[in-house]
Ligand binder design. Structure first.
Ligand code: ZN
Length: 506
């Protein structure tokens, strides 16, 4: 009679080995974005391709398949949401996924990703789509091969890619959630555009010295609970958060001395991701119980801290005086309400990462609309700039002046991250629902923020979301924690609550 516990421990050891190796690649990936000299890019591509191959070999080891089969056949996994049952169920999901991918494809994707990103950086700088096109074609080709290898139902290759970021999600379901959100957002944007109230956003472009920005952002991240003994903040051209493993979570941002919000809200956003990583069960590292649910849930954490907390008036009731002390030249004499209006300005713009809370989701829907035909082959990559501009005009009433402000603006496609974008808008919807539920449980959150108390909210997120690992899929988690399924309604209610008074809407 095989000992279930012994087999299970053997499985965990194997999973952890693959995760530790994968986390080594994360360190190199972080270094590539922060300190790697440009001339080292080719060698880094080789290093990462070797690690991707080795990680793949470990994650697809036949021994893992054997252990899973033994555990599944033994019938002693306990309740469906027990740690063992979850680890077996979710390891099976990812094992079946990775074993479908040939190692040569995994290595080729890794190598192409590093090189295509380098090409994209130059192409975007010159706003030269033709220069990036061969890489985009190569990447789309590889991602289509990946989708074919993974398999999909209903003739939608895009679903195979979505599953990597939002397990179990389908393009059809996402489209059904996005449709009413889009209709209501367009109405709200129109109403705001028609409002006579325009905040004075010149406040945000005064002089904000870099070193003071860094100190102020770090102190805010620390105040909301980010542990700098287990993480750090560095400068990179593209802000991100990378959880390397227990006790090591890296945040990045970029500073502009003439613009306050980019770095500050970027840090709050990435710190929100970081709080999720830091809230995972360290002892469960390498197993699904120690992993985040999905990118949509990950994004819900960053958006919640960035927008629902960081752009609220209550947050600035606490932080505005220290901000005035840190930036006396820019902020002395500025009324709190003017500041809150400025950081919550809404206007259609070209660049997604600079978009406000209201128009942001439209940027996501545009990408979602284009990625699906890119993957099915209905949209040849060469036609992307024209189709992008046409769609953008339909969504925003603006024509992008060049590719850098259009289809070349995001890193994702050069990084092979097709199917990733929808998780941003899902995250906004999840965030609204989580915030409402937290408020029901914790009482007057704004009053707590105004007193500089963020621990109750963080504790609630830790208990209800972070500590659960992959125990539940995103849809189940939202249902359990908020008492309702995913819907656009919570987000729209939040946006109206906040922006109707700011813009004097009925
Ligand atoms: Zn994010």
């Amino acid at each position: 009679m095989p000992d279930t516990q012994a087999i299970y421990q053997d499985l965990l050891t194997h999973l952890r080995g693959a995760a530790v190796l994968g986390s080594c690649a994360s360190v190199l990936g972080w270094d590539e974005q922060t300190y790697l000299p440009a001339a080292g890019a080719d060698h880094r591509a080789e290093q990462l391709a070797v690690l991707a191959g080795l990680t793949h070999e470990r994650a697809t080891a036949p021994r893992i398949g054997d252990l899973l089969a033994e555990l599944e056949g033994g019938g002693e996994l306990g309740a469906p949401n027990s740690a063992m049952a979850v680890n077996v169920r979710e390891s099976r999901h990812s094992y079946d996924r990775v074993t479908k991918l040939p190692r040569t494809l995994v290595e080729e994707l890794s190598r192409t990703t590093t090189l295509a990103q380098t090409a994209w950086v130059t192409a975007r700088k010159r706003s030269d789509f033709a220069e990036f096109l061969p890489w985009l074609e190569k990447m789309v080709g590889l991602k289509r091969q990946q989708a074919e290898a993974l398999g999909y139902s209903g003739g939608v290759p895009y679903d195979a890619l979505l599953d990597e970021f939002e397990p179990g999600a389908s393009a059809r379901e996402i489209a059904a959630t996005f449709a009413p959100l889009r209709d209501e957002l367009v109405k709200l944007v129109d109403a705001i555009q028609g409002s006579a109230r325009r905040p004075d956003i010149s406040l945000l472009s005064r002089r904000f010295p870099l070193e003071q920005q860094r100190q102020f952002a770090e102190s805010a991240a620390e105040k909301i609970g980010f542990d700098f003994q287990a993480g750090r903040l560095d400068v990179a051209p593209h802000p991100f958060c990378s959880g390397m493993g227990p006790g090591d979570c890296r945040l990045t941002t970029r500073y502009n001395p003439q613009h306050f919000p980019g770095a500050f809200f970027g840090v709050l956003h990435e710190a929100g991701h970081g709080l999720y990583e830091q809230g995972l069960d360290r002892a469960a590292f390498g197993s699904p119980m120690g992993e985040t649910v999905s990118l949509g849930i990950h994004e819900s954490q960053s958006r919640l801290w960035e927008n629902f907390v960081g752009r609220s008036r209550a947050f600035w009731q606490h932080f505005f005086t220290p901000a005035q002390q840190a930036f006396p030249e820019a902020l002395s004499g500025v009324p709190l309400d003017d500041w809150c209006a400025a950081i919550n300005d809404v206007r259609p713009s070209f660049i997604r990462v600079e978009a406000d809370e209201v128009t942001y989701n439209l940027h996501i829907m545009l990408r979602f609309e284009l990625e699906q035909p890119l993957m099915s082959g209905d949209l040849p990559p060469a036609d992307l700039p024209a189709v992008w501009n046409e769609t953008f005009t339909r969504f925003f009433g603006l024509i992008p002046p060049d590719a850098a402000h259009g289809c070349l603006q995001d890193i994702h496609w050069s990084a092979g991250l097709i199917g990733y974008f929808p998780t941003y808008a899902l995250g906004n919807m999840y965030a609204a629902q989580f915030f409402d539920a937290a408020q029901r449980d914790l009482g007057d959150l704004p009053a707590q923020f105004a007193r500089g108390e963020f621990q109750p909210l963080l504790g609630w997120l830790r208990k209800n979301i972070h500590s659960r690992g992959k125990q539940l899929r995103a849809g189940e988690l939202v249902q359990l924690v908020t008492g309702a399924p995913l819907s656009h309604r919570g987000l729209m209610a939040h946006l109206h609550r906040k922006f109707d008074p700011l813009f004097g809407l009925a």
